[in-house]
Design a protein around this ligand. Structure first.
Ligand code: TYM
Length: 331
């Protein structure tokens, strides 16, 4: 870590299996940022227990995601890559920040409202507190930039509000972070229901493409993708299915939607869907291959986790000590 580059922080939680949405909305960009920024990326395992998860699954998901991030280009030598629970400062700062977060502002979080309405019998306090833990993740490292998909922007805004409140009450302590979403791909939709977000939790459905899906499964999912009535491959609010597929293609290839439209202007829907599926398969193939190699040696993976956690813990402790002192704790 240098002092003159801007800091970047982001994280992903090890629930379910990472999707094409996670990849195009966030993870894809992480590996590319380390030349310009000082980057910290985390597997947010503490966030994963807000919804019931089997111990075995949590362990496996955590290792899988850590290896997958490396396979996607997050070099553990050039970035600080670590597992959130390995750095206790996250839980500590979360408790402290709870006292500078208003109940009303936390209750307004869309994701909390949606999740608690979906399963009202299953709402624990952790689910409610989830964005405060996210704020702790970001503020511990004084991150200026937080690359996320659209659904996390509101949480980054809340984080800013908490930081401002704390800074105002004491003295400048936290850098105010800014969320950054990609131009295309900030919200990838389900292939079967293009009005819904492509999410990890409905990963059994054919609407969700997983980063580690087999090529034949990816091909099948794209063949079955819902298109719209009428003809013509162009983006429009009346064509959510086609627009979603064009967005996937453009963001995969780093081209504009207009360029993608031009490429498919003479295509019928069936061959368009096949081509997008093929592009996804070819992009994910080397990632899956590298991932499989990394999973052959769990020992090596664990030692990379330790290396990342040591670096992160050092930086986190500096912020945390400042915070304790400002509040008035005896140190
Ligand atoms: P998570 O694990 O749900 O998602 C990880 C990242 O993927 C993005 N994403 C999507 N982008 C586009 N289209 C989609 N369909 C799609 N689905 C997910 C998310 O926006 C996110 O950027 N709470 C966070 C993890 C977290 C975090 C943090 C993020 C913990 N601490 C601090 C930033 C900063 C989460 O559950 O993301």
């Amino acid at each position: 870590m240098t002092e003159n580059k801007k800091r970047v922080f982001s994280a992903i939680k090890p629930t379910g299996n990472p999707t094409l949405g996670n990849y195009l909305g966030a993870m894809k960009y992480w590996g590319r940022m380390s030349d310009e920024y000082d980057c910290l990326f985390s597997v947010a395992d503490l966030h994963a227990i807000t919804v019931a998860i089997e111990p075995k699954e949590l362990r496996e998901n955590t290792k899988r995601l850590f290896a997958l991030l490396i396979a996607m280009g997050v070099d553990p030598e050039k970035n600080v890559l670590f597992v959130q629970s390995h750095v206790p400062a996250h839980s500590e700062l979360c408790w402290l920040l709870n006292n500078y977060t208003m109940f009303g502002e936390a209750r307004r979080m869309t994701q909390f409202k949606e999740k608690s309405e979906k399963a009202p019998e299953n709402v624990n306090v952790g689910l409610f507190d989830y964005p405060v833990l996210m704020a702790a993740d970001i503020l511990l490292y004084q991150a200026e930039i937080v690359p996320v998909g659209e659904d996390q922007m509101q949480h980054v805004e809340l984080c800013r509000n908490i930081a401002e409140r704390f800074n105002g009450r004491y003295s400048p302590t936290f850098v105010l972070p800014e969320g950054r979403i990609p131009k295309y791909g900030a919200r990838i939709h389900s292939l079967l229901d293009p009005t819904a977000k492509m999410g990890k939790s409905d990963s059994s459905a054919d609407g969700t493409v997983l980063v580690l899906d087999r090529p034949e499964d990816i091909a099948r999912k794209f063949k079955r993708a819902v298109t719209d009535s009428g003809k013509g491959v162009f983006a429009s609010p009346d064509k959510p299915g086609i627009t979603n597929l064009l967005t996937i293609y453009a963001s995969l290839l780093d081209i504009s939607i207009e360029d993608a439209e031009r490429e498919f202007k003479d295509s019928d829907y069936a061959s368009f869907k096949t081509k997008v599926g093929e592009a996804v398969i070819e992009t994910l193939r080397p990632i899956r291959e590298k991932y499989e190699l990394l999973r052959r040696d769990d020992g090596a993976l664990l030692s990379l986790m330790k290396q990342g956690a040591d670096k992160a813990a050092y930086l986190a402790r500096r912020t945390l000590e400042k915070v304790y002192k400002k509040i008035g704790f005896v140190r």
